[in-house]
Design a protein around this ligand. Structure first.
Ligand code: ADP
Ligand code: MG
Length: 240
């Protein structure tokens, strides 16, 4: 599904991604871990087509189509969804108006409202939130739930979750992962989970764990490596 080949990415003349390779098949879960500042969010942005992230070299293929030069809108339409590490607030636009806009090509207004209500219920989001401005004044956990709300409505084929689990209380964590797991089971999508949480495997069953360090994946393994990271940190892996 996703094939990233020898990728080099620059931001404002700084090389951040330096020869990264990653292959993801249909219906797979890949966890990406790594120290702060190693390039995890940069990778998620560049897959999603964010402006000013310059691809110097390498290829990003999605279902055999080169997406290096596509806009976020075009990439989103292909079925790639990014849940932001820091979701933004949009003052003056209500949640409902925003969701209606992103769904209007797919469904009519009545269907949209029904679907939104259904997903709100699954995520235990009060309907009143639909009439508040997008993420404005939402708590950290509410913003992350809003990211999953959009995911469930847009039905992407490849989901990138950038620190979806950072700073969440245990109940919100459970609600979010219950919904992610259900979605994965039903739609057989692929998921990239960027996380620092060594408890992640309690919540989701992963196929691979990759360690991203200094702009490169330096190790790929199964979930057993997480235990080692918890014990020794990244030092040992980096040294190897
Ligand atoms: P991670 O998500 O792994 O913690 P990031 O991808 O956010 O790391 O950042 C990787 C590196 O790129 C960091 O050193 C960061 O300071 C730098 N970086 C990210 N965005 C920008 C930017 N817009 N301008 C300059 N440097 C940036
Ligand atoms: Mg990050």
């Amino acid at each position: 599904m996703l094939d990233i080949n020898n990728l080099y990415v620059k931001i404002k003349n700084n090389l951040i991604i330096k020869g990264l390779n990653l292959k993801i098949k249909n219906n797979e879960i890949h966890i990406i871990m790594g120290p702060n500042g190693s390039g995890k969010s940069t990778l998620s942005y560049v897959i999603s087509g964010k402006q000013k992230y310059i691809i110097e070299k390498g290829k990003i293929l999605f279902n055999n189509k080169l997406i290096n030069n596509l806009s976020p809108y075009e990439i989103s339409k292909l079925g790639i969804y990014l849940s932001f590490q820091y979701p933004i607030e949009i003052n003056g636009i209500t949640m409902y108006s925003y969701l209606k806009t992103i769904l209007k090509k797919k469904y009519n207004n009545r269907v949209i409202l029904k679907k939104i209500y259904k997903v709100c219920k699954k995520l235990k989001i009060n309907k009143n939130y639909l009439y508040r401005y997008f993420n404005v004044g939402f708590s950290g956990g509410e913003k992350k739930k809003n990211e999953i709300l959009q995911m469930l409505l847009l039905k992407p084929k490849l989901v990138i979750l950038d620190e979806i689990d950072s700073g969440l209380d245990i109940d919100t964590l459970n609600i979010i992962f219950k919904n992610i797991n259900k979605y994965k089971k039903k739609y057989k999508c692929s998921i990239i989970i960027i996380t620092h949480n060594t408890n992640i495997i309690k919540y989701i069953n992963t196929n691979y764990v990759h360690i991203l360090y200094n702009g490169k994946i330096i190790k790929s393994s199964n979930k057993n490596i997480i235990e080692k990271i918890e014990k020794y940190g990244y030092k040992k892996i980096v040294k190897q």
